[in-house]
Design a protein around this ligand. Sequence first.
Ligand code: SF4
Length: 121
Amino acid sequence: MNKLGVPCGTETSAERMHDHRRKVDSMANLTHLPMPLQESYDWQYEGACRGTDSAQFFSPDAERGSRRRSREDQAKLVCATCPVLDRCRDHALSAREPYGVWGGMTEQERAVVLSRPTLAG
Ligand code: SF4
């Protein structure tokens, strides 16, 4: 199973996300990714999305408008029940995950948070 940040646990979705991640990794800032240690990703085994269809968390390329919002809202409902929501959100923000719902946040919501100036600078 892919251990590079896949939040969902089915073999089919994990394989799909692995292919997806390979494509997006070239666009992601890899310097922000946490070390690829087994311990770093153990929280994913506790995710409420484990075993669900990853398509609920990642939009198809052309998805827009109400269809997209509806899918994202459904994903966020799953996240709202998740025991590792905080760790997932922290990971997504620190890794600058470019796509998908992670920790109850869409990619657009993460972009807003990451664009804010920090107190440190
Ligand atoms: S917070 Fe959401 S995306 Fe993250 S592990 Fe939990 S259910 Fe999955």
